[in-house]
Design a protein around this ligand. Structure first.
Ligand code: PLP
Length: 458
């Protein structure tokens, strides 16, 4: 259509896209998304596509929720902006901070008492870097500067957050990581297991990589460990049940802070308001963004536990903040979103109804000739495309089978993300059982089409 043609031309001429190969984009032309409702998006050619990724893991409440738009509109009329620097405050961030501390269950009797607001997950993790170093300064241990993270982690795109992340392709651009960041391997059983090793044994071994790194760096130099409960952008890497308890033991043994990046995992995604509950993680700091507003407006932040908050509050000025820290419109939308999610019991539904149903239905894809392994946790799931099911032999990387499958998903009418040969989903939490059936049917058709394609190519 004319609109598609016009937008594609303007896009190619002026829009420098995030995480996009512009040559590939120019060859095909960008897909133009024009509207959305419920769990579906529409493109400018009129195709309806089931959004199996909730945008970028964020539209937890689904599209077209009028009350979120109303909350933004009303707040814009009343007070569209005022800052929270220099001893001023406004109502929405105060109410939201209180609400979030209520929703976050205490860990070992210690509560989350404070929230630092940002506009994104990247800024929130940047904040964490400065915040934990500030904490150790105030504690009289300024030599504690090193933050340990994991390879293949994604913690954002700012200089500090990309350094915390463990994406080699990101480090290769821009001379990263910055000093003071160390990495250990991720708990990815299917890639890193030894012959005959059980997932349980692997989980303990993977956690001990943290202890080894702490000893290598020097226990008195380590400030914190940062990790996601389930690694999202890395490919939905669900750790064995033994992993987190052992990490927890190590973190406590050396007294280092634990930063739990829940930008993806919180707000019902894994069946709880915060996923640390699901895995028995006892974090000091929790990064959040995305689902807090269901992606309707940008908002992120750090939930700060009592131990750290007390020191920061008594420690004088923390010289850090953003113009939009505690933006009233973003916080008003977040409050409306949390209310909606609570009314519709979305975390609870994912935990005890639709999550287990998704797990059951997603697992049925394991009989497909292309599928080696299926895994899921709450409303994230992933499958591995393999050349040989029995041995889990992968396809050659340069065949780009994941990208091929992703294209067939689009053409079939469902959004899946490809991470190498892993195909992943993170659908909106409002999905019904019937929606899940529809999605699984579409995924199976896309797998069939991919299979046919590969066979035709020999
Ligand atoms: N942390 C995790 C775990 C993420 O998945 C992301 C984004 O995908 C971020 C941080 C960065 O958040 P943002 O894109 O809002 O800066």
């Amino acid at each position: 259509t004319d609109l598609t043609r016009e937008l594609r031309a303007l896009d190619a001429a002026h829009f420098l896209h995030p995480f996009t190969d512009h040559a590939a984009l120019a060859a095909k032309g960008a897909r133009v998304i024009t509207r959305a409702e419920g769990i579906y998006i529409w493109d400018s050619e009129g195709h309806r596509i089931l959004d199996g990724m909730s945008g970028l893991w964020c539209v937890n409440a689904g599209y077209g929720r009028r009350e979120l738009a109303d909350a933004a509109y009303q707040q814009m009329l009343r007070l569209p902006f005022y800052n929270t620097f220099f001893q001023t405050t406004t109502e929405p961030p105060v109410r939201l901070a209180q609400r979030l501390t209520e929703l976050a269950p205490p860990v070992q009797g210690r509560r989350f008492t404070h929230v630092f607001f940002t506009s994104s997950g990247s800024e929130a993790n940047d904040t964490n870097v400065r915040l934990v170093r500030r904490y150790w300064d105030l504690m009289g241990q300024p030599q504690r500067k090193v933050i340990i993270s994991r390879w293949n982690a994604y913690h954002g795109s700012t200089v500090a957050a990309a350094s915390l992340g463990g994406m080699a392709a990101m480090h290769a651009q821009g001379d990263l990581p910055i000093p003071g960041i160390a990495h250990i391997e991720q708990p990815y059983y299917w890639d890193l297991r030894q012959p005959g090793e059980t997932a349980e044994d692997f989980g303990v071994r993977a956690a001990r990589w943290l202890e080894e790194k702490i000893l290598e760096v020097g226990p008195d130099k380590v400030a914190a460990f940062i990790a996601e409960p389930v690694q999202g952008a890395g490919g939905v890497i669900i750790p064995p049940e033994t992993y987190w308890p052992e990490v927890q033991r190590i973190v406590e043994r050396y007294g280092i802070l634990l930063i739990d990046d829940e930008v993806i995992c919180a707000f019902g995604r894994l069946g709880h308001w915060f996923a640390y509950e699901r895995f028995g993680i006892r974090p000091d700091l929790v990064t959040f963004a995305k689902g807090v507003t269901s992606g309707y407006v940008p908002l992120g932040g750090v939930l700060v536990g009592e131990r750290v908050a007390k020191v920061l509050v008594e420690g004088g000025e923390f010289t850090h903040g953003y113009t939009y820290s505690g933006h009233p419109v973003a916080c008003a939308v977040a409050l409306a979103n949390l209310e909606l999610m609570q009314r519709e019991a979305l975390p609870e539904r994912v935990r005890s109804d639709t999550g287990p149903y998704l797990a059951e239905r997603f697992a049925t894809l394991a009989d497909h000739p292309l599928v080696g392994v299926t895994e899921s946790c709450g409303f994230v799931a992933g499958l591995i495309l393999v050349r040989d099911k029995a041995t889990l032999t992968p396809f050659p990387e340069d065949w780009e089978v994941g990208m091929l499958c992703r294209q067939h998903c689009f053409d079939t009418g469902v959004v899946m993300r490809a991470v190498g040969s892993r195909m992943i989903i993170a659908p909106p939490l409002v999905m019904t059982r019937a929606d899940i059936d529809t999605m699984i049917g579409l995924i199976r058709r896309a797998l069939d089409a991919t299979w046919d394609d590969l066979r035709r190519q020999g």
